[in-house]
Design a protein around this ligand. Structure first.
Ligand code: MCA
Ligand code: AMP
Length: 475
């Protein structure tokens, strides 16, 4: 296959990545990635300790150049979830920054420290096999389902290239673009779109380390052309943009403001448009499918839609009633299956080979897609993260103070949805402290999966079959 990142082979002297003071050109990135790439060239699969740092970018690029699939790890993942991911994906090595402290769950893996020291430039080729074919895996990215632990979506190199090139067409994305964002680097949005996107175009990305409105203002005022964020980030911008002239000016000057990972609420759209004269455009996708739809840079923005299907994507609505049906898709950006889960992979596709997204939508007359909800109520989108009710229920049930547990999502202005836990205590006289339950989930799974609200009940509402009736859970 042709290289995923042609500019790495071209000794390109332009800036590729910037994290605060730390910058690397495409040539320096290639040079920094070469030594770890050579060390892992024979590995079956490697994990990358995905902190928001240049080391993560170097580690991921090293693996992709060496043709070795990457399992990005959220450094805040708790013990239970990390153990599952490592057992399931079986990496032989973990790439991390030299100073990073790795948890016991990774103790068996060979540790490869990644340095930002660029050394002398050499094209990635020498000492490495040619980049592998299109169908070989580039990533295994873990994503939550309604029940059980997260599943590893295997993304081939073909899918990464197809989605990034489709976005190039939709957004006129070029080497001159400078993207800014503060997204985590262990999911599709922040890592594949937000880092590999600029690298494939030969452009650049400035990462904020962590999201802040000040960081967005600073970067968009000093040369950045595009902003990527989840709706929570745009909500935080919308909250202050009225009174912050520097921010409004910076947003007005951007070429493209893009939101994704969840629906951007109309009031946030409106507030930003009123203060800046600019519309935030939306794109829609999934870990398993990469990007499916997007509003175009040269189109008329239409808040409430996520645009039409991207080039190469076939989209249909199934089981339509009143014009609303499940989005089903085919196309080159789709994953090749869930790792070690042929059952789940088979269930994810229809008999005639279309992927079931689980998202419900209607189509405007001109084919623009309006997402109206999700089929499964047991999937919660909070801060743009997908979280399964079942995994949190299982973690809660592991706590000795919990007899029964049910988890729901409820609307939240900032997060879109917040996680709510409904708990029947083991001892009704002595219910566990809510903070203790919250920390238990954060420690076992991940902090973003922690319930934001805990309710105690004497029993859970059940139907005649004994099934918990989640719709009856409200205060
Ligand atoms: C809080 N913290 C804790 C606890 N409570 N740590 C341990 N135990 C606790 N009990 C820590 C958190 O780790 C975090 O640390 C800090 O306190 C604040 O946590 P939190 O309240 O969760 O953060 P937030 O401010 O509410 O975060 C909002 C956010 C975040 C920044 C918008 O939700 C976010 O980054 N979302 C992006 C999600 C995303 O990228 N999704 C893409 C997947 P610290 O501050 O140090 O972190 S979807 C996808 O890829 C598809 C393909 C798509 O379409 O895009
Ligand atoms: P994930 O599995 O974490 O990759 O999240 C994928 C899900 O995020 C999709 O199935 C949608 O439910 C949701 N999503 C992503 N982008 C959008 C968007 N622009 N509008 C509404 N929902 C979105």
């Amino acid at each position: 296959m042709s290289p995923l990142f042609p500019s790495l082979y071209a000794a390109d002297p332009r800036e590729a990545i910037r994290f605060g003071e730390h910058t690397l050109t495409h040539a320096e990135l290639a040079a920094a990635a070469a030594p770890p790439a050579r060390r892992i060239a024979d590995a079956g699969r490697v994990a990358v300790w995905a902190t928001p740092t240049p080391q993560t970018v170097i580690g991921v690029v090293a693996a992709l150049v060496a043709g070795v699939p990457v399992v990005p790890l959220n450094p805040k993942t708790g013990e239970r979830e990390l153990t599952h991911i490592v057992r399931d994906s079986g990496p032989t090595a973990v790439l991390a920054g030299a100073g990073d402290q790795l948890p016991p769950a990774l103790a068996e893996l060979t540790r490869i420290d990644v340095s930002t020291d660029a050394g002398t430039y050499a094209a990635p080729g020498p000492g490495l096999p040619p980049e592998p074919d299109d169908e070989s895996a580039a990533f295994v990215i873990y994503t939550s389902g309604t029940t059980g632990p997260p599943k590893g979506a295997v993304l081939p190199r073909r899918a990464v290239a197809a989605t990034l090139d489709a976005l190039r067409d939709a957004w006129d994305w070029t080497a001159d673009d400078v993207l800014v964002h503060g997204l985590p680097l262990f999911h599709v949005h922040g890592l594949i779109l937000g880092v590999l996107g600029p690298l494939r175009r030969g452009g650049s990305v400035r990462h904020l380390g962590r999201f802040s409105v000040e960081g967005v203002t600073r970067e968009l005022s000093t040369g950045a052309t595009m902003l990527f964020g989840v709706p929570t980030m745009y909500h935080r911008i919308a909250e202050v943009v009225d009174g912050d002239r520097e921010l409004a000016k910076a947003l007005t000057g951007a070429r493209l403001l893009v939101s994704g990972s969840a629906a951007l609420p109309a009031p946030d759209h409106r507030r930003i448009a009123q203060a800046t004269g600019r519309a935030v455009i939306e794109r829609y996708g999934m870990t398993e499918t990469l990007m499916l739809c997007g509003e175009r840079a040269d189109g008329e923005p239409r808040p409430g839609t996520v645009g039409g299907p991207l080039p190469g994507v076939e989209l249909r609505l199934a089981d339509e009633a009143d014009g609303i049906g499940e989005i089903q898709v085919r196309g080159p950006s789709l994953f090749s299956g869930y790792l070690n889960r042929p059952d789940a992979t088979a269930a994810a596709f229809t008999e005639d080979g279309w992927f079931r997204t689980g998202d419900m939508a209607s189509l405007d007359a001109d084919g623009q897609v309006r997402i109206v909800g999700r089929k499964a109520t047991d999937l919660i989108k909070s801060g743009g993260y997908k979280i399964g009710a079942g995994e949190i229920e299982n973690a809660l049930l592991d706590h000795p103070g919990v007899r029964e547990a049910a988890v729901t999502g409820e609307p939240d202005d900032d997060l879109g949805e917040r996680i709510v836990a409904w708990v029947v205590p083991a001892d009704p006289q002595l219910p566990p402290d809510p903070d203790e339950l919250t920390n238990h989930v954060a420690d076992q799974l991940a902090p973003h999966k922690r319930p934001r609200v805990v309710h105690y009940l004497p029993e859970l509402p059940r139907n005649d079959m004994g099934k918990i009736m989640k719709r009856a859970l409200h205060v």
